[in-house]
Each structure stands twice: as C-alpha cells, then as structure tokens.
Design a binder for this molecule. Structure first.
Ligand code: COI
Length: 355
C-alpha cells in the first residue's frame, strides 16, 4: 500500500452539510449520499490533479462514450466505526487492484495507488460523521470510472472520470433470500468480462432478474453459459453451498467475480476448521444432495450483502426449501467476518486498515 501523498489534492468543502436531514434508522441501501465526493479526470494521457468537492451532479456531453458503449467499471467497499470511534476499511488493497483489473479489461487507464488511498482516506475523514456506530451500520463506498470523451465512434475514450461517492448503509437484503437457478439466460461467457466489476455485467442481469422477481424470487443464481449445468454466481454475490459438512464454491475464472468477501469467507471457514472445496459444482449435485438430505445451506457473499442466507431455490419450476439451522456455517462465518470488520475481535489475517 502506497504511503505517498498527493501534495496537490484540492479540497472544496460543502457550504452546508445534509446530515441533519438523514433518517439513519431507515436507510434504503444506496439511496442517500454523503456531503462530498472525490473526482479525478483523465485527459492528455494522464490522470490530472484530484479534487474533493461537494456531492453534486455531473455535466457530461450527451455523446460521452459511457452513455453509448458502457465503458464503466466500479467497486464496492465499506468503512466501519468501532466502539472507540476509530474508522476502519476492510481489505482496501483488494478493491484497488480489482478496479484496475476491471479497467484494464475495458480499455480504461489504470488509476494510481497513491491517488486512490489519499483520496479515499481524506474523503472518509471529511465525511466521518456519516459513519455510524453499531453492527449493521457502515458507509458503503462506491469508486467508479466512466468514459467521458464526447463522440459516438465505437472506440475507447481518451477521457475519463474516476469518482468516489459514499452512502451510509444498513443491510442490503432484509433477511433470507429466495433464488432462482438460471436455466436459460446467462450472466457471463468464457473470454468475456464476467470477472470485472463492469457496469454492463449488472445491466444485463436486470431483465432476467425482473422475470425471476415476478415469479417470487429475489435473485438469480447464474449457471455457465454453455451448458447451464454448473452453478456460478448470484447477481450481487458469490455463492457457497454446504453439502454435509463441506463448504463448496466454484473457482474464479474470467466469468466469475473474484469477490473480496468470497475469499475472506474461504479463509475464515478454513480457520474455523471447515473443509472448503473450491471446485465446479453442478446443479445435478445440488439436487441430488437436496434429495438425500445432505444439502444443508446455501449462502451468498458480497460487500453489500455481507453473508446472506438463502431460504429456498427454484429450478425449472420446482421450489426447494432449505433447512433452518441453529448454528449454520453462514452465521458462524458472518460473526467472524463482522468481528474483524468492526474491530471487535483479533484480525489474524491483517485485513483491517485504519483510516
Ligand atoms: C457490492 O457488494 O459491493 C456490489 O457491488 C453489489 C452491488 C451491485 C450492490
């Protein structure tokens, strides 16, 4: 992690904070934003002097590439306040590297590490009053990059904006989630960019997810585009399956998001003595395990969703309820991960980053 500073980071504070207008007890995920944002422009082949300014709308030419070709990537991170009022990030290096990996795949120039850390930590210090104490409260951080050059020619932009906005958050899902296993639509294909946090990966899911919503499911578990036989990823989460005492998740690939929470779940589960298998898993194996009473749990992992338990899954019109467990792997792992994030427990992995 770079310790360099950007001597010329410009800060223009808002004239009036909006914090007094916010009902922190009833936050709808991602709908309220803090007072400031970080902005850095790319032009003439270089990232320019970054700025922190009041949260405000952007003015872009209607022909800006992002509107036409979706040249846009983003990240999801969270900041937490502990009982001693210290602010923490969770594995920010992972998000920094992943946004540049996503950018590279979408022909977007990579962002400098020192700009990212100084911009982010300065922004968090400025808007720290928005980070509330208490388990479940956090500040969701959304770094993103958009192509801003005007002109509708289908080629990479030569101008970009790297922006960080922040939103006070509680839980993403209200409780357990009912999912549909995809048997027709696909999220990502081999050789594509399913691994990237690219805006288009999410846009392409909205329509099939809405169809699933109409059938009473909240999310889709995507299967591989070639055969629809292998379980891959849920729309906003990676997925884990507990069969017997084993925890199984599919390997990352160019189709799967290399989730920060996913890799943390694997490390914590192993530390808790749980056998983790990272291997392809077929829908047929899931159905068989369910029939034999061996399918104990399914849960999703993600920054926004943390660990979200699945209550039932639908496949080709047939719904299967999952057992309700007293001491689920999901709850044990969630407890450990939250303990680290909120500085309530030891951090044997060195994942916490003090702001
Ligand atoms: C996250 O967990 O940060 C995500 O990116 C999911 C998001 C689409 C809400």
């Amino acid at each position: 992690m770079s310790k360099d500073t950007i001597s010329e980071l410009k800060i223009e504070k808002t004239a009036k904070s909006k914090i007094g207008e916010v009902d922190f007890e009833n936050l709808k995920f991602g709908s309220v934003f803090t007072d400031h944002m970080f902005v850095c422009d790319y032009k003439d082949g270089a990232w320019q002097t970054p700025e922190i300014v009041a949260y405000q709308p952007l003015t872009l030419d209607p022909s800006a590439r992002v509107f036409h070709y979706g040249q846009a990537v983003f990240e999801g991170m969270k900041a937490y306040r502990d009982e001693d009022d210290q602010i923490w990030l969770f594995r920010p290096d992972e998000n920094f590297h992943r946004i540049n990996k996503s950018s590279a795949r979408l022909a977007i120039p990579e962002f400098p590490e020192n700009y990212f850390y100084e911009g982010l930590t300065t922004l968090l210090k400025l808007d720290s009053a928005w980070i509330r104490k208490g388990e479940g409260n956090s500040l969701y951080i959304r770094p993103f990059v958009i192509a801003t050059e005007s002109g509708v020619m289908a080629s990479p932009s030569s101008e970009y904006k790297f922006i960080i906005i922040c939103s006070p958050a509680q839980s993403y899902y209200g409780g357990k989630v009912k999912v549909k296993i995809a048997d027709h639509y696909s999220r990502a294909a081999s050789g594509g960019f399913g691994f990237a946090k690219a805006a288009g990966n999410y846009a392409g899911q909205f329509y099939p997810t809405r169809l699933a919503n109409e059938e009473g499911y909240q999310q889709v578990i995507w299967t591989d585009a070639n055969t629809h036989e292998y379980l891959e990823e849920a729309g906003t989460m990676n997925v884990f399956f507990r069969i017997g005492d084993k925890l199984i998740t599919c390997p990352t690939s160019d189709r799967i998001l290399d989730g920060v929470t996913r890799k943390s779940v694997i490390a914590i589960a192993e530390k808790l003595g749980i056998t983790v298998e990272v291997r392809p898993i077929k829908v047929s194996e899931l159905l068989e395990a369910s029939k034999n009473g061996m399918l104990k749990e399914i849960f999703g992992s993600g920054t926004a969703a943390v660990i979200t338990e699945i209550s039932s899954f639908g496949y080709k019109g047939q719904d299967t309820d999952l057992p309700v467990l007293e001491d689920s792997y999901a709850s044990k792992i969630k407890k450990s991960i939250i303990g680290i994030q909120y500085n309530k427990s030891e951090d044997p992995f060195g994942w916490r980053y003090k702001v």
